[in-house]
Ligand binder design. Structure first.
Ligand SMILES: C[S@@+](CC[C@H](N)C(=O)[O-])C[C@H]1O[C@@H](n2cnc3c(N)ncnc32)[C@H](O)[C@@H]1O
Length: 213
C-alpha cells in the first residue's frame, strides 16, 4: 500500500487523535514487528474513525470481513456496549489464533466471534434474519462487489457499511491489475446505488462510508 497522505501529515494527525488502549498499542507493535504484510493493519487513524462511528451508530451487531491480527475488531469491541457482538471472518488460522490471544486479555474480547473460512461461505451461512448495525469490509478486494450485494440487505436502515482501501494506493485513477479493476467496479456500484448515501474519504488508502437510507 503506497501512502496517499504524506507520512508527516499522518503522524501529526495520529498525534492529535485520542490514543488507543494499551492493549491495542501492544497488538499494533507486535503485528508490525512479527507479522507478514503489517501494512494491512487498520491502525490508529482509521481505527479512531471506526471507534467513533461505532459509538455514533450505537452499533450492537457488527459484521467484519477480514480479521488479520484483530486490531479493528478489538477497536470496535472496545467501543461497543456490554451486549455488543462482532462476527469477524478470517481464512488464515494462525492469524485468528494470534488475534484470539489478544482478545483473551481484554474485557471486551468476549464480544468478538471469529468465523474461520472463506467469508462468502460464512455470509451465506448466516441465519436469514441476521441484521447488522455496522459492517466493516476489509478483506479480498476482488470480492468487494459480491460482499456488498450479500451484505446490504442485511444492514438495517440507517446502518453503516465501511469499506477500506477504496483508493488502492491511487491505482483507481489508472486501473491495470485485476484488483485495481475490482475496486473501481466497487466504487461505481456504490456510487450508482439509490439505496445508500456515501462518501469516499481520502483517509489512509481510502475509506468509504456507506449509509443505508
Ligand atoms: C486487510 S486485512 C484485515 C485487517 C484488519 N481489519 C485489521 O484491522 O487489522 C485482510 C484479512 O482478510 C483475510 N482474508 C482475505 N481473503 C479472505 C476471505 N475470502 N475470507 C476471509 N478472510 C479473508 C486475510 O487473511 C487478512 O487477514
Amino acid at each position: 500500500m503506497k501512502a496517499i497522505v504524506p507520512k508527516p501529515i499522518e503522524q501529526y494527525a495520529a498525534a492529535h487523535s485520542t490514543p488507543h488502549s494499551a492493549l491495542l498499542d501492544e497488538l499494533e507493535a507486535y503485528t508490525l514487528a512479527n507479522c507478514p504484510r503489517p501494512q494491512m493493519l487498520t491502525g490508529r487513524l482509521a481505527g479512531g474513525l471506526l471507534r467513533i462511528l461505532v459509538k455514533l451508530t450505537d452499533a450492537r451487531r457488527i459484521l467484519e470481513v477480514g480479521l488479520y491480527t484483530g486490531y479493528s475488531a478489538l477497536t470496535m469491541a472496545e467501543a461497543m456496549p456490554k451486549d455488543g457482538v462482532i462476527i469477524s471472518c478470517e481464512v488464515e488460522p494462525e492469524l485468528a489464533t494470534l488475534a484470539q490471544s489478544f482478545f483473551d486479555r481484554s474485557p471486551h474480547g468476549r464480544k468478538i466471534e471469529v468465523r474461520m473460512g472463506p467469508a462468502l461461505a460464512t455470509l451465506q451461512a448466516l441465519p436469514v434474519d441476521a441484521v447488522f448495525d455496522l459492517v466493516f469490509l476489509d478483506a479480498d478486494k476482488e470480492n468487494y462487489c459480491t460482499y456488498y450485494k450479500e451484505l446490504l440487505p442485511r444492514l438495517r436502515a440507517g446502518g453503516l457499511l465501511i469499506a477500506d482501501n477504496t483508493l488502492w494506493s491511487g491505482s483507481v485513477l489508472k486501473p491495470e491489475e485485476e484488483t485495481d479493476r475490482a475496486i473501481v467496479s466497487f466504487n461505481e456500484l456504490v456510487q450508482r446505488d439509490p439505496q445508500v448515501e456515501n462518501v469516499l474519504l481520502t483517509l489512509r488508502d481510502g475509506m468509504t462510508l456507506i449509509r443505508k437510507l
